[in-house]
Design a protein around this ligand. Structure first.
Ligand code: GDP
Length: 440
């Protein structure tokens, strides 16, 4: 995420970190580079300029030049300002209505339908809500079908009236349907156009007025940079929406939209979309995003994701198995599957402080575990629980079954063996045996 910006900001701070004595010329140079980095990331000129002016004032106020570590203090000031620029505190979603009505707006292709599904899934699984999705696109039958496909995927009912050409009446009927059937959240996916046009704006404004949603969310493709900001302004002028959803942040986004949008429309970013799958949704935390932009990773989110997958009972069972030396390839496979559930590899690596930068040129593939999984799946259940019985002949068969080379099977078995030994040592004599093995 925002690799280029992170890289440029890092270079800007290098100016301060590299010198023995820091002068105000160094600080000015750094700020110039920070501004350039923001402009390159497609941040609006005025926002970038105001930003560096504020950072400079703060730096003077805090006597940066006389502190022990001026570089670090500058990074902190920039981080705080970035956080503030992106909204300061995390903004929640208003779910006070019964049902709570959430109206989705945005251009066609912004990711509205996908996000409607993600949000329904999020509210269902994380907030124990019972959401109803509503297809209000009266122009494209394909859009209605798409929402049904999404609904099926996540097990959420979709309300649609393919013959009805009146968006307001569909929305009203859907709310009646929700009330009568115990749905406590109604998410209305509306029609989008390729560009802002009057007819679309009128239609969504009419729906807005008729259903009086608790939340009106504006969905925008982060890849479109300054255009995203301009579109947000057009929608906000008309709808006075409550929050922004930035989608496609998993792509090669420069970051301008994330940084500028809040200060242009004065509405917070509430969620971000980080992939096409239904679980690729994150609550937007301005401070964590600032950390990521500055290459400091996002350990809090990483730990949260790990916790979400953590199952105490399973963990205990696993511990027992390790103690009894019964940890097998099936357990290994389960572990891999849990890691995969935490999100895309690229995303996870980006959350480790410094890793994004260190692995900048390394192609991180989401199917990194695919070959390992294929090899394990080619083993018989017995072999998986007792790998030592796998002989050369079986190795050849396993490699063939998985479509991999025999060297890879050997390598995996060797790594697995080392890992099992390591686990046993950690279990047994505390860290002592491990120290011994490492020559300590
Ligand atoms: P709509 O026209 O606004 O309803 O947009 P869609 O929901 O149909 O999304 C348009 C395209 O963007 C689809 O191919 C989606 O799979 C894709 N998409 C949506 N959100 C994301 C995201 O967060 N990341 C990525 N990479 N693709 C997304």
């Amino acid at each position: 995420m925002f690799d280029n910006l992170t890289d440029k900001l890092d270079k800007a701070f290098h100016i301060l970190k590299g010198h023995g004595k820091i002068t105000d010329v160094n600080v000015a140079d750094t700020l110039k580079e920070v501004r350039r980095a923001l402009l390159d990331a497609d941040v609006n000129f005025k926002i970038a300029k105001d930003f560096t002016t504020r950072v400079k004032e703060k730096a003077i106020g805090e006597n940066v030049l006389t502190t022990l570590q001026p570089g670090q203090l500058m990074v902190k000031i920039v981080k705080d300002e970035l956080t503030e620029l992106m909204g300061g505190d995390v903004a929640g979603v208003n779910l006070s209505g019964n049902p709570s009505v959430i109206l989705m707006s945005g251009l066609q292709g912004s990711g509205k339908t996908t996000f409607s599904g993600k949000l329904a899934n999020f509210l269902k699984t994380k907030k124990q809500k019972n959401p109803l999705l509503v297809a209000c696109d009266i122009y494209r039958p394909a859009a209605i079908n798409q929402l049904h496909v999404v609904g099926d995927q996540i097990g959420v009912e979709v309300y649609s009236e393919p013959e009805n050409k009146n968006a307001v009446s569909i929305a009203e009927n859907a709310i009646k349907h929700a009330k009568a059937n115990g749905f406590n959240v109604v998410i209305i996916d509306t029609a989008g156009r390729l560009a802002v046009d009057e007819e679309m704006m009128n239609e969504i404004a009419n729906v807005h007025q008729a259903v009086k949603p608790q939340e009106t969310l504006f969905v925008v493709d982060a890849m479109t940079g300054q255009d995203a900001v301009n579109t947000a302004k057009a929608f906000n002028d008309r709808l006075d929406f409550d929050g922004v959803i930035l989608t496609k942040l998993d792509g090669d986004t420069r970051g301008g939209a994330a940084i500028s949008i809040k200060s242009v429309v004065n509405k917070p970013i509430k969620f971000i979309g980080t992939g096409e799958k239904m679980d690729a949704i994150d609550v937007f935390y301005p401070d964590r995003m600032a950390d990521r932009i500055l290459g400091m990773g996002d350990v809090v989110s990483l730990v949260e994701r790990a916790q979400e997958q953590y199952d105490e009972e399973e963990a205990r069972k696993l511990q027992k198995k390790i103690a009894k030396n019964e940890f097998g390839f099936d357990d290994f496979l389960t572990q891999i599957q849990q890691i995969k559930k935490m999100g895309s590899m690229k995303d996870l690596v980006g959350m480790i402080p410094g890793a994004g930068k260190a692995l900048k040129d390394v192609e991180i593939q989401d199917d990194a575990f695919k070959h390992i999984e294929a090899i394990i799946q080619s083993m018989t259940p017995k072999e998986r629980s007792k790998p030592s019985i796998i002989d050369m002949k079986r190795k050849t068969r396993i490699a063939k079954g998985a479509g991999r080379k025999i060297e890879e099977v050997n390598q995996l078995m060797k790594q697995f063996d080392q890992m099992s030994k390591m686990m046993k040592m950690m279990q047994g004599g505390g860290g002592k045996n491990l120290m011994k093995m490492m020559g300590g």
